[in-house]
Design a protein around this ligand. Structure first.
Ligand code: AGP
Length: 612
């Protein structure tokens, strides 16, 4: 979603803003803009990419050691030049950039129109900067105070930065519900939606808390206040993020790099948490809540998208090994249906970004009803990580491609560890099974390494099906969520319509779609439902559908029936999702590349969905 960058210091701001906006491109956006103060204030903004903005600003005055920049993901008003940020106040003395939604913007706007304000865009953001200036003039207060008073009037979520033409030594930033981090350099300040635009300049950062306002002055130290005007001491942390982690490192796309990183990211998710030889699994972050979890009446998993699919895999594993009932809910549905919850319930929130608005709201709701909340997040210090009672980080490293890949396998790894550790403590998993899965889990990274060597085979299959208009993905048991995930990946980046189904459900409807043009991807690995899946494949074949089968190494039956097959290394049935998802990620990647799609920034999508 929207990306924010700002700079105040001794260097030229424009190149820092542009580079920062490029680092934030992964979040998804449809227009971009910057504002700079030199002798005058200049605003350059346009629909399209940051490269379009550069072309637009080319030859114009881009000087100034203070500036703000923004990438906009449209919510209020279509993506066009006028709706792009920054937005001016009525007098054009102030500019604002904003991530989030001002829910009561319509009534505020109406009021201000009555008082003679004119608006140049359809955005909620422009209303906020008009309101700030309106208060400043009416109440005869300084900009900081006017902004503070304005924020007390707005309902909604925001991360904002405001700059004034009359005071080019100051930036004011504030946040509620949308993330914001401030970098403190030797003699300068950086502001951004996340640390990626900051890491190459400084490792000292302050994560702004909700309802905090930061005052950045060229000649002073960082000051933070809350919305009630109480002063707070900035908590300066050291960034762990490495620059290499957010660069492509020789790969054509971040998504491909992240697919290839999975042997390492899965290992990182397990690091220090398992010891197969000694039969130990421990998730330090949640150890204080383990008894609560073992005694829970049920688990409710809340998540969105790919993280929801990881939750579905966890449902199979936790019920099987820990014998605790699990419900998996879309966070967006859960939060609005007055769910029945009590103190014996444990809610597990899964999120790569840790910023997903629906998941965050589901957590707040569950908390208000007394449930214990456990978070499984990738981004350290994210809003969800901070909102939960306890949790485990997935340690997949920064995921830049909008289509989630390594975050999914890291989530499934951590959730597998959770199921095993609870099962062991509860005594619901036989010792031999526990030991077998644990040692299998340790070998998953090397099995994925082997599988990745076959990616030319997947590229070959992709070439054959790149022009298909529909795809069906089928799986049973914990391969069903993998089918959903495979379909989601294809939709997201290649724009081909795809559906995932439990294989047996096919005959209850989707079978009507099958003809000689329909590719059907079936996860048909060895396991208890193998024979059943074989029957489902027969049903597709009888209707001339084209089968692309994911099979276990050495398989004969399905390979003979399938039009194309991809062998994956054998593993325990409950760990198959970690391996079988890899060829599906690669299939969607290659098809999207062959169709000329923007793999890392698919149209309309955002990496962290910070609006509901
Ligand atoms: C995955 O490829 C998607 N881009 C999307 O479905 C994502 O998983 C979803 O928005 C949830 O995000 P989160 O894990 O950051 O909460």
């Amino acid at each position: 979603m929207c990306g924010i960058v700002a700079y105040l210091g001794q260097k030229q701001a424009y190149p820092i803003l542009i580079k920062g906006l490029k680092r934030l491109e992964y979040r998804g956006y449809d227009s971009a803009g910057v504002a700079l103060v030199d002798s005058e204030m200049a605003v350059y903004k346009c629909k399209g990419k940051v490269s379009d903005l550069e072309a637009h600003a080319n030859g114009k005055n881009i000087n100034g050691t203070i500036g703000i920049g923004h990438t906009r993901w449209a919510t209020h008003g279509e993506p066009n030049d006028a709706n792009a940020h920054p937005h001016y106040s009525e007098s054009k003395k102030l500019v604002i950039i904003h991530n989030g939604i001002i829910e009561n913007y319509a009534s505020l706007k109406k009021e201000m129109i009555k008082r003679g304000h004119t608006f140049l865009s359809d955005t909620d953001t422009e209303v906020l900067v008009h309101l700030i200036e309106d208060i400043q003039e009416k109440e005869k207060v300084d900009l900081f105070e006017a902004l503070r008073m304005a924020l007390n009037e707005v309902i909604g979520a925001y991360a904002i930065v405001v700059m004034s033409k009359d005071d080019p030594n100051k930036l004011i930033a504030a946040k509620k519900g949308s993330p914001m981090v401030i970098g403190i350099g030797k003699d300068d300040f950086y502001i951004a939606s996340d640390a990626t635009p900051i890491v190459e300049y400084t490792k000292n950062v302050v994560y702004l808390e909700d309802e905090e306002i930061a005052l950045l002055d060229r000649n002073e130290e960082l000051k933070i206040f809350n919305i009630k005007n109480q002063s707070k001491t900035p908590y300066i942390q050291e960034l762990e993020l490495q620059l290499e982690a957010i660069e492509k490192g020789g790969y054509e796309h971040f998504m491909l790099k992240e697919i290839y990183e999975q042997p390492k990211s899965i290992l990182d998710s397990m690091r220090g948490r398992i010891n197969a030889a000694q039969g130990i699994v421990s998730l330090g972050g949640i150890s204080d809540y383990e008894t609560k979890m073992i005694n829970a009446k049920r688990f409710i998993i809340v998540a969105c998208g790919t993280s929801w699919h990881a939750g579905l895999v966890a449902e199979y594993l936790i019920e099987e090994y820990a014998r605790i009932p699990v419900e998996v809910e879309y966070a967006s549905e859960f939060r609005y249906r007055n769910p029945i919850l009590n103190e014996d319930d444990v809610v597990i929130a899964i999120s790569q970004s840790g910023e997903t608005a629906d998941t965050l709201a589901a957590i707040e709701l569950a908390k208000s009803k007394g449930a214990t909340i456990i978070g499984i997040c990738n981004v350290v210090g994210s809003s969800i990580a901070r909102a939960t009672h306890a949790g485990s980080y997935t340690h997949a490293g920064p995921e830049i491609g909008v289509a989630s890949t390594k975050a999914f396998t890291a989530q499934v790894t951590v959730l597998t560890l959770l199921a095993l550790s609870l099962g062991k403590k509860k005594g619901t998993i036989p010792h031999s099974k526990f030991a077998q899965i644990l040692s299998e889990l340790e070998s998953v990274p090397s099995k994925i390494e082997t599988l990745l060597k076959k990616d030319n085979q997947i590229e070959y299959i992709s070439e054959i099906f790149k022009n298909a208009t529909n795809f069906l993905y089928l799986g049973r048991g914990c391969s069903f969520p993998v089918a959903l995930e495979g379909a989601l990946k294809l939709k997201e980046i290649s724009y081909i319509h795809a559906e995932g189904y439990p294989a047996a459900e096919m005959k209850h409807g989707p079978i009507a779609l099958i003809d000689a043009e329909m590719p059907v991807v079936v996860i048909a690995t060895k396991g208890p439902s193998y024979e059943k899946v074989v029957s489902n494949i027969q049903e597709v074949k009888a209707r001339k559908g084209k089968i692309i089968a994911i099979v276990t190494e050495g398989d004969v039956t399905v390979k003979e029936m399938a039009d194309y097959s991809i062998e994956i290394p054998e593993t325990d049935e409950s760990l198959v999702p970690l391996i079988s998802v890899i060829p599906l990620q690669l299939l969607s990647y290659y098809i999207a590349v062959m169709r000329g799609c923007n793999v890392d920034q698919p149209r309309n999508l955002a990496k962290s969905v910070t609006v509901e």
